[in-house]
Design a protein around this ligand. Structure first.
Ligand code: F6P
Length: 349
């Protein structure tokens, strides 16, 4: 390995900086120069007027201080150009021109596809899973997932405290795109009574029944934790007609949302108030937990060691609590496991 590059790509996730620091530490240990590439794969397309906008030499002392910071020092972006083979060629040529023969890619599945493409063009690549969603099947955890869950747990605990004071249910939306892992783990960790995830079909009326059952037992503060993608698996529901015939204005075609679900629950359960909160980007911009930072440290180090040893086209993950690596294509072919049993347990009673 003459020189290594590192980039962060896709949505930022807590722990990305810690991983970059770990890569820098390992590179320094093995005496391999390191270049940080900015804004994901965009930094390889040479569209910026100055090279410094696209990349910078990374020394350990530059990045030592960023390890515990949220966000990503290298910046991040999604790069649609990478779908085009001609742009991928540009990226590979940039790396060659810079003398970079190995690349550490920290990101999610889209970023890993990008790494695969670069491997086909002769660039050695290693992927580190960086996304709060935990939507990569081959690994038990992705960088940022634990932090995001902890942000949600803190928020839901506070929400449940105020819900208790007011005896009113609350709908809480968390992130996760098409993956319900954040919602399910946060629900389990807070004792939330209802959880809705894209992996399980559900119906509005059935959720109202469950909420009614909670209130019949005197539990008026029941919390409904929903994954942002839960609408994908909702049975058809005529929101427009329902709300307009129950005293709430609604526009034709208006999509279901956490706020709208709260309005519907209020009416179906005859409650005076049902509130909603969308936790949103606070989940992504938090300081990494010890678990995420520790994973980042091991993964960053392993990535450089693999490149040094001439091993490429691999992604790093966690299995049974141990950091491991496997081929990118195999990893991306694995089917995501969702804990249906746990889901049913949260929603039981
Ligand atoms: O990074 C993952 C994620 O936070 C998803 O949970 C969410 O759906 C998406 O990114 C939001 O992306 P953007 O930053 O483009 O709004």
């Amino acid at each position: 390995m003459k020189k290594i590059g590192v980039l962060t790509s896709g949505g930022d996730s807590p722990g990305m900086n810690a991983a970059v620091m770990a890569v820098a530490k390992a590179a320094s240990l093995y005496g391999i120069p390191l270049v940080g590439i900015k804004r994901g794969y965009n930094g390889l397309l040479r569209k910026s007027p100055s090279l410094f906008d696209d990349m910078e030499e990374l020394h350990l002392d530059t990045v030592l201080d960023i390890a515990d910071r949220p966000g990503t020092y290298l910046r991040t972006a999604r790069c649609t150009e990478f779908l085009d083979p001609a742009w991928r060629e540009v990226a590979a040529n940039t790396l060659r021109a810079m003398g970079i023969d190995g690349l550490v890619v920290i990101g999610g599945d889209g970023s890993f596809h990008g790494a695969e493409y670069l491997c086909e063009l002769g660039i050695h690549c290693i992927g580190i899973p960086g996304t709060i969603d935990n939507d990569l099947a081959y690994t038990e955890m992705t960088l940022g997932f634990d932090t995001a869950v902890n942000v949600c747990v803190d928020a839901i605990r506070s929400i449940r405290a105020t819900s208790r004071s007011h005896d009113r249910p609350h709908v809480v939306e968390v992130m996760g795109r098409h993956c319900g892992d954040i919602a399910l783990t946060a629900a389990v960790s807070t004792g939330a009574e209802i959880v809705l995830c894209p992996e399980e079909h559900w119906a509005v009326e059935e959720v109202a029944d469950r909420l009614n059952r909670q209130m019949a037992k005197g539990n008026y503060r029941a919390t409904i934790v929903i994954a942002e993608g839960c609408w994908d698996s909702m049975e058809p529901f005529d929101l427009y007609t329902y709300l307009n015939t129950h005293g709430k204005r609604c526009y034709e075609g208006e999509p279901m949302s956490a706020g709208r679900l709260a309005s519907v629950m209020k009416r179906m359960c005859n409650m005076v108030e049902v509130r909603s909160t969308v936790i949103g980007y606070t989940q992504r911009g938090a300081e990494p937990t010890a678990r995420d930072s520790a994973f980042a440290f091991e993964a960053g180090h392993l990535a450089v060691r693999l490149l040094r040893d001439g091993i490429s086209n691999q992604v790093i993950g966690m299995r049974e609590g141990k950091v491991f690596y496997m081929a990118i294509d195999e990893a991306l072919r694995e089917e995501k496991y969702f804990n249906h049993e746990l889901y049913n347990l949260v929603n039981a009673l």
